[in-house]
Each structure stands twice: as C-alpha cells, then as structure tokens.
Design a protein around this ligand. Sequence first.
Ligand code: AMP
Length: 114
Amino acid sequence: MNQTIFDKILRGEIPSDKVYEDEWVYAFRDIAPRAPVHVLVIPKKKLKSFAELGSADSLDLGEYFKAIAHVASILGLENDGYRVIFNHGENAGQTVDYLHGHILGGRPLGFLAH
Ligand code: AMP
C-alpha cells in the first residue's frame, strides 16, 4: 500500500508531537494548526479515507471513534466544545491518503471554512 507521511509518523520514521497513543490509535498535533488546538487522530489499522469506513471492522471503528472522543477530553476541550472533521477527496481538500480525524478547538469555530 502507498506509504504516506502518516504511515511514516506511525512507524516513528518522521517526528511528530504525540498527544496520545493506545492499541487502536495514534494522535499528534497538526503541523499547520487552524485553531489553538488542532490534533490529528489516525487508526493504527490503516484506512485510506472516510469513504473506506464501510469495509472496516466494526470493533476497530468503534474503538477509533471512542478514542477520538477520549483525546478531545484529554485535551480539555469537552466543556467549551470542539469539532471533529474528516476530509474525503479533492473537493474536501484531503491531502494525505491515510484516514485522519481533525480535532479542532480552543476558540469559537465558524461553521464552514473557505
Ligand atoms: P487533510 O487536508 O484533511 O488531508 O489534512 C492533512 C493534515 O495533515 C493537514 O492539516 C496538514 O497540516 C497535516 N500534516 C501534514 N504533514 C504533517 C506532519 N508531518 N505532522 C503533522 N501534521 C501534518
């Protein structure tokens, strides 16, 4: 499978600012943050994008989404609120073909970015 920058981060070949890791996920700060808190969460079992969710194992997916909520809580975002974004494909501006949820918070967020 095509090796993306996130494959390399997961293998420790490229440095990353890790905020959380468990059996299911790896979470690290986005290198170009769009909000005061901007963290990416990737599943350790690779999927290329949100559009592949249908072929994934339900347990893996459940643990992945639970972990995203857990990371948001660790980051202290639960009270004030946060957003989780998945970009799929060109129109959404997906640049890395490795499923990643963006957790954004730390300020009021507009609904749609340009
Ligand atoms: P997307 O546009 O949804 O594919 O998001 C990819 C994200 O990965 C962007 O927000 C980038 O800033 C971020 N990114 C790219 N390279 C790195 C890296 N080496 N470490 C952390 N974040 C990265």
